[in-house]
Design a binder for this molecule. Structure first.
Ligand SMILES: [Zn+2]
Ligand SMILES: [Zn+2]
Length: 245
């Protein structure tokens, strides 16, 4: 199984988990043409697309995905907020209710962000094991036991965010919003420490702020604190996500 990052950050987000026969898309923030290219134009292998919340960087192209015949899932709150026109509709997921989609099983859970009913996802496939996906959340209230891969937001560093305001690069209101909607490096480290990491193979840091983060610093810090292989999610990143090392 491979993870491909088509985009990550406040402009656009889209991640594809796939092997030869099956693909699961997370977020609809890039045009369908890029997804087609990523899956080798084999639309039949796409099981679903999961959308975490209503912000455009995560859902801008939902209409195109639906038109391509993909089942797109999100919380009822997200579906209501996106309010897609047209014949094909998004499908609702219920928090903490496991849904089986072919060989995948998905458990959505609530996260903490400034929008309607946002979700993170615990995803299982026999090849990659348990994969945690959590972005656009300043905090994670749940703990997970048996993870194999963690895709988690690491948006900003407290000191860089503060500096950006002092230098006049960022409005204080935006700083306040960031504190209440996105995950800091400090919280990311704390969150990882509170989960059992013994079977974790990869940690992928998502949705870095271009202004308020230093990716080398984040990668080093998370690596030192967890002893795991750490990647920064960037357009074009492809990594193996198998269960075993
Ligand atoms: Zn976002
Ligand atoms: Zn958001």
């Amino acid at each position: 199984m491979k993870l491909t990052v088509l985009a990550s950050g406040s402009k656009a987000n889209c991640y594809v988990l796939q092997n030869e026969n099956t693909a699961l898309i997370i977020e609809a923030g890039v045009p369908m043409s890029q997804v087609y290219e990523c899956i080798g134009y084999n639309i039949k292998k796409v099981v679903a697309c999961l959308v975490s919340h209503e912000h455009k960087d995560h859902c801008k192209y939902v209409g195109q995905y639906l038109d391509a015949g993909i089942d797109v899932f999100a919380s009822s709150g997200t579906i209501e907020a996106i309010d897609i026109a047209g014949f094909r509709k998004m499908k609702p997921l219920i928090g903490k209710k496991v849904v089986v989609m072919k060989e995948w099983s998905i458990m959505p859970f609530d996260v903490e962000h400034d929008c309607n009913d946002p979700f993170g996802f615990l995803i299982y496939h026999n090849e990659c094991g348990n994969l945690l996906f959590a972005t656009d959340t300043y905090y994670l209230k749940y703990r997970f036991d048996d993870l194999n891969h963690i895709l988690i937001e690491c948006n900003y560093q407290d000191e860089v965010l503060k500096e950006s305001v002092e230098k006049g690069l960022l409005h204080p209101v935006v700083r306040r919003r960031t504190l209440q909607s996105h995950m800091s490096l400090r919280t990311c480290i704390k969150t990882l420490a509170e989960n059992k990491l013994s079977n974790v193979v990869n940690i992928v840091l998502l949705h870095l702020s271009s202004l308020n983060s230093d990716e080398d610093h984040m990668k080093t810090k998370i690596g030192l604190n967890t002893g795991k292989r750490v990647f920064i999610a960037k357009k074009g990143l492809v990594i193996d996500i198998n269960k075993d090392f």
